[in-house]
Design a protein around this ligand. Structure first.
Ligand code: GLU
Length: 499
């Protein structure tokens, strides 16, 4: 086992976000490729915004993606596991207290008595003078008497970390040499609030040190935090981990990916019927590539090929079409039993919503697989694709008659003629090969385009303009029901629809 130890450290203040899932995946791939350890740590110190429901969404989402961790917190009733626990920050408060006391004793952090109003006034003055916002260090050099005076006023101090002047530099695994002048990080920063709650920059460093994290791999939005973290590692006398900052995920218009412009919650992708294989595959390619033409890769294949040095620096544009394409590829690769199994939830939802009147049996689904497996873009599209087979009374949107490129008289004439031809084929020979030739002949005889005739039949028996291949569809529907639906469509098309 190598000494590679990486972590995903989500805050349960929202559902599992696509960016967090990608960061988790890259950490997982790095750990597995290097024979290291992958850790889940819950950063739940924001008591107001954190919730158990979000925590569950995150944990379930990571499980669903197949990103299993080696050490992690006590989720879903299970125990905390790993030698460096607890793995949720709210259970680690004494560790932060101890580290804060150490920094304070060494005068690397000092009590700050400024009120929010006072800090606000400083910020406004800086703004007016077009200066960058930074703490004015009013409390940096207080004498014990001055501190006592503030205390006597009833002020409770926050703890501020002293930022030393100078250049912080590190070799980012993705971005190469990074240098940041500590003059540009906003001055001395708060590590523990006046009410005693420790803040992110502080807890993340205390924990990364305590958990012996060797590589911190996270989103580029954290790049400006890293100098603060490096200063804290040094102040605590801890070795600095390696850092790697993953490129941002961008909306198609190249702005930072946001809920407003893109779908960002993993749960929504699951609900629409994206399969884990495709989502993992797609997320891995958001900012990384094998350097070859290979695109469709399983999790073990990704582990084998992953190389963090091949992660790009430039932002990665989220391309939903590519994700859908990959999803189709993975649906095609699923073993039949597995696909049927995964379709169940979606069919049940369809039944509940009244889209179908009964659940298809496993046998029925199996018979349909050749026509659906090639065509499903998402599992959630199953109702659209075959739902018409499982409704008792098909309602046809009257605006679909007459069918494309035809008038009502021709549509009706075609349906009458097609009914005759199909009835003549008979129940015994009701097979795709037996149906197609006489129906093509019919179109020839009447001078119709075969496609127009087939469209009229398709709309009549399915209520839709796009379906699996027509003759397979008729066979799946069966002889009786095909004729019955043609009859009903003829009745329905009797009245001209309002246009
Ligand atoms: N809780 C932080 C976040 O969700 C962790 C960032 C980090 O990886 O350091 O953004």
């Amino acid at each position: 086992m190598s000494d590679v130890r990486v972590r995903i450290a989500p805050s349960p203040t929202g559902p599992l976000h696509i960016g967090t899932a990608r960061t988790a995946l890259f950490n997982y791939l790095f750990a597995r490729n290097q024979g290291g350890v992958f850790i889940l740590r819950l950063e739940d110190t924001d008591a107001v915004r954190s919730s158990i429901a979000f925590e569950k969404d995150i944990v379930d989402g990571l499980h669903w993606l197949g990103l299993t961790w080696d050490e992690g917190p006590d989720v879903a009733g299970g125990p905390d596991h790993g030698p460096y626990g607890p793995y949720r920050q709210m259970k680690r408060l004494p560790l932060y207290e101890e580290a804060a006391a150490r920094l304070r004793a060494a005068d690397q952090a000092y009590p700050c008595y400024c009120t929010p109003e006072e800090l606000d006034a400083v910020r406004r003055r800086q703004e007016a003078a077009h200066e960058p916002p930074r703490y004015n260090r009013r409390c940096a050099l207080l004498t014990p008497a001055q501190r006592a005076a503030f205390e006597a006023e009833g002020r409770r101090p926050a703890l501020r970390f002293r930022v030393a002047e100078g250049l912080i530099s590190f070799d980012d695994m993705i971005r190469g040499r990074v240098e940041i002048d500590t003059a540009n990080i906003g001055g001395d920063f708060i590590i523990v609030r006046a009410d005693g709650t420790p803040l992110y920059h502080f807890t993340v460093v205390v924990d990364d040190a305590a958990m012996k994290i060797s590589h911190v791999i996270r989103g580029e939005d954290h790049l400006s935090n890293t100098p603060k973290h490096i200063l804290l590692f040094r102040a605590l006398g801890e070795p600095e981990p390696h850092f790697g900052h993953l490129p941002l995920i961008l909306n198609p218009d190249r702005t930072k990916m946001s809920k407003r412009k893109s779908q960002t919650a993993i749960a929504d992708y699951i609900e629409q019927g994206f399969v884990r294989e495709a989502l993992v595959n797609y997320l891995a390619l958001l900012g990384w590539s094998t350097g070859t033409e290979e695109e469709v890769l399983s999790l073990p294949e990704l582990v084998e090929r992953f190389d963090i040095r091949h992660v790009q620096k430039a932002g990665a544009v989220f391309d939903r079409e590519r994700l859908e394409w990959l999803n189709g590829q993975w649906i095609r690769r699923l073993p039949p039993e597995e696909l049927i199994d995964r379709l169940r939830t979606f069919l049940e939802a369809e039944l509940e919503a009244g889209g179908i009147d009964r659940m298809p049996s496993d046998g029925e689904l199996k018979a349909l697989l050749p026509v659906i497996q090639e065509r499903l873009p998402t599992l959630g599209a199953i109702g659209d694709l075959i739902g018409f087979l499982f409704v008792d009374r098909l309602e046809i949107d009257p605006s679909l008659f007459p069918t494309k490129r035809w008038d009502l008289a021709t549509t009706r004439e075609a349906l009458v003629a097609a009914r005759e031809v199909i009835a003549a084929v008979g129940e015994v020979s009701f097979e795709a090969d037996e149906l197609e030739p006489p129906l093509r002949r019919l179109a020839d005889e009447r001078g119709w385009k075969a496609g127009d005739l087939f469209m009229a039949i398709r709309v009549a028996v399915t209520g839709r303009t796009a379906t699996p291949p027509l003759f397979d569809t008729l066979v799946a529907l069966g002889y009786e029901r095909t004729l019955e639906r043609l009859d009903r469509a003829l009745e329905a098309s009797n009245q001209e629809a309002p246009r």
